[in-house]
Structure formats: structure tokens, C-alpha cells
Design a protein around this ligand. Structure first.
Ligand code: PLP
Ligand code: COI
Length: 367
């Protein structure tokens, strides 16, 4: 079954939304992913009716039968996308069709139903129609939307579920890293892979993140804030960090990033940064990069800047890379010039301070 007509939403307003003063106190120091708005979106799917029962309802716990298949077999996918408050008070998002299409690819890989891309964007609009007041306006703040989908059939047979639920929650947010936009140290995992050939690395599914948490814990223990993974076959080539892509700037000014290998998440920030760099006439190369090339290049100065990019991370300079028995770079290394200027151009487009030459922005509120 597929849906022919757009979904009609039922809207149930919260009877106890956060008082304005409490909300404003949260918006003043939102952190990342700690606070949630008064409402959420829920849409149900089953094989007979396809997508149905779309609603905006008060934010609150989900009630799940203990046999619900997501709890046993991990059939879950998610997205991360932000809303940006512009100077005129309107709220805009960035390339929602790209996130909607990626969620469809993730759904396909996890044998979940595909939500139409237009419904993905509409779900963000529906939430903003009731929770617009929750979008912060201070510099470097945004609304982080977390759309996600779970298999919701209560059944223990191992097969794709016949029922699924899609939700959107929203969290007013500041910078992802505790130290703001400051350069970070990253830890090379030599023991663990994030994803494998033919696996789910290119899908945004919870299981990939579960697999990254033990090495991420190691990274924290080494004073690093993210873990860097290599390819699982040769354990040689850079893939990505636990929750962001990686880019290198060479002394000749070129921007180099690992080619999409099938096990790397196709980051929308990555793709956008590469586009902005190409627009400037910068040479952009997507290819395999051996870790040794990174290590030697940073030591010799052949690689002048390294940065991470993603929706949560935006563009975050990498100061130092550590691994068992070695480190390159310095924890106090300053942010790279190209890193920061691409970051500024991207965020200026997102916050409406610059024109949007690629038509990336979509208005969420007022709808
Ligand atoms: N890689 C991983 C593993 C991620 O979790 C993310 C974040 O979403 C990214 C890369 C960057 O993707 P995007 O720029 O679409 O947020
Ligand atoms: C995002 O950037 O949206 C992610 O999902 C990554 C995670 C580190 C929060």
C-alpha cells in the first residue's frame, strides 16, 4: 500500500506546556539534546493502510508492548536536521528533501516502510506550527529535529515488522561539543569498526551508533571527544567519525575527503561543504585516504587543516589525532582558516545572512 493523498493531521495541544519563563530559561542555555518542546509528531504505518493516523500530540512517553520488535531486533532509523531562526522571526530548515531521501534509503536498508519525502518535510512544519516559540534565536543556536522510525509490531519472529511508527521530537540546541566551536581532539579506533562491507554503515540506524559507543568511551578516556573509524576490510583507510564526516585541507589549498564507500554515512553537511568549496574554485577530491597519509601529512604540514562536519557538529576543527602510542597535531592548535570560512559561509546561508544560491533553504514557519 502506498499513500496517494497528503496526510491530514489531528492536532492535540498540550494542557500543560512549559511556562514561558521556564522555556526562555532553557533557550538561554539549551546545551545539546537535553530539552524537548511541548509537542511531538506521530504517524503510524501498517501493511493494509500504509501511512495513517498522523498527529501532533503533547510530548510524552511511548507505550510499547514488551514484545515490540524494535526492542529485540533493532529495526530503527533516524535523522538529524535543524531549524534556524532568521532575523524576521521566520524559521527555516536546510535541504529537507536530502534528509527525507536519506531516511528513505535508511528505511530500505532496514526493511522499514519509506515515508514520502514531502511528508517528511510536512512533519517538521506541523511541529513548528505549534512549537515555533521553542526555536532559539541567539547566535549558534537552532532547533534540532530528531525524526525517527521504529518497527512497532509485537512479534518475536525474525522478519521485517508489519507495523511501524514514525515520530518527530525537537530539541532547542546550542553547539554539540561542550567547548563550543573550539578545535577538538579525536581518537583513532584500531580495534573496532563502525560498519562493515555490505552492512548498514550508509544507513542512519541506531545500531551503527550502538556499535560506536564502546570505542567512543575509549576516546573519552583518552581526552578525545570523537572516535575516528577506518575501513573494516584493510583497516587502513579513513571512513568517518562516530557522528560526523571528516575533511582534510592540503597545503595546495585542495579539500580532500574519503569517497563514499558504502559504509560511510552520506552526510548532507559534507556534500554542501564540498559544493561551497567547488563554488569558490577550490579543488575538491573524494578518494581513499590511508590513515598513514593523514598522520604523515599533519606531521609534515602537507595537510594544513582537518575538520569534522555534520548537522550537530556543523563544521568543527580537529586540533589533534591520537591513537595507541601516537599523537599528531597539538590539542591547542588553532582552527584552520578555510575550515572557519567554509563554516561561516554555510551557517550564514542557514541563518539567512547570505543569499541561498543552491535553493537549499525551506521555510517551516510561518508555513
Ligand atoms: N556521519 C555520521 C555517522 C553521522 O551520524 C552524521 C550525522 O548526521 C554525519 C556523518 C553527518 O551527516 P549530516 O551532515 O547529514 O548530518
Ligand atoms: C547529527 O548530526 O544529526 C547526528 O545525528 C550526529 C550525532 C552526533 C548527534
Amino acid at each position: 500500500m502506498t499513500n496517494a493523498a497528503p496526510l491530514q493531521y489531528r492536532v492535540t495541544r498540550s494542557r500543560n506546556p512549559k511556562p514561558a519563563a521556564e522555556r526562555e530559561a532553557i533557550l538561554a542555555v539549551p546545551g545539546f539534546g537535553k530539552y524537548f518542546t511541548d509537542h511531538m509528531v506521530a504517524i503510524e504505518w501498517d501493511r493494509e493502510q500504509a501511512w495513517h493516523d498522523a498527529e501532533v500530540r503533547p510530548y510524552g512517553p511511548l507505550q510499547l508492548d514488551p514484545a515490540t520488535s524494535v526492542l529485540h531486533y533493532g529495526q530503527e532509523i533516524f535523522e538529524g536536521i535543524k531549524g534556524y531562526r532568521h532575523a524576521d522571526g521566520s524559521v527555516w530548515t536546510f535541504r529537507p528533501e536530502a534528509n527525507g531521501a536519506r531516511m528513505q534509503r535508511s528505511a530500505h536498508r532496514l526493511a522499514l516502510p519509506e515515508l514520502p519525502v514531502a511528508e517528511f518535510t510536512e512533519s517538521l512544519r506541523q511541529l513548528m506550527a505549534v512549537d515555533d516559540d521553542w526555536v532559539p534565536s541567539a547566535n549558534e543556536t537552532s532547533m534540532y529535529f530528531r525524526p525517527f522510525m521504529i518497527s512497532s509490531e509485537a512479534f518475536l519472529g525474525v522478519r521485517s515488522a508489519h507495523k511501524a511508527s514514525y515520530y518527530v521530537i525537537a530539541s532547542p540546541s546550542g553547539p554539540y561539543f561542550a567547548n563550543g566551536v573550539a578545535p577538538v581532539s579525536i581518537w583513532l579506533s584500531t580495534e573496532y569498526s563502525r560498519a562493515g562491507r555490505g552492512g548498514t554503515g550508509a544507513a542512519k540506524c541506531g545500531g551503527n551508533y550502538a556499535a560506536s559507543l564502546l570505542p567512543q568511551q575509549e576516546a573519552y578516556a583518552q581526552g578525545c571527544s570523537q572516535v575516528l573509524f577506518l575501513d573494516d576490510v584493510e583497516q587502513t583507510y579513513l571512513e568517518e567519525l562516530g557522528g560526523m564526516n571528516i575533511c582534510l585541507v592540503y597545503r595546495d589549498g585542495s579539500l580532500v575527503t574519503p569517497a563514499l564507500s558504502g559504509s560511510i554515512l552520506e552526510g548532507i553537511t559534507r556534500e554542501s561543504i564540498l559544493q561551497l568549496a567547488r563554488d569558490r574554485g577550490i579543488k575538491v577530491v573524494e578518494r581513499r585516504i590511508a590513515f598513514e597519509e593523514l598522520r604523515e601529512g599533519v606531521s609534515s604540514g602537507e595537510i594544513s587543516e582537518v575538520f569534522a562536519c555534520g548537522t550537530a557538529a556543523v563544521v568543527t576543527p580537529i586540533a589533534e589525532i591520537k591513537g595507541p602510542g601516537f599523537s599528531v597535531g597539538r590539542p591547542d592548535a588553532p582552527a584552520g582558516e578555510l575550515t572557519m570560512s567554509l563554516r561561516k559561509e554555510l551557517t550564514d546561508i542557514q541563518y539567512g545572512h547570505l543569499p541561498d544560491p543552491h535553493g537549499w533553504m525551506a521555510r517551516l514557519s510561518p508555513a
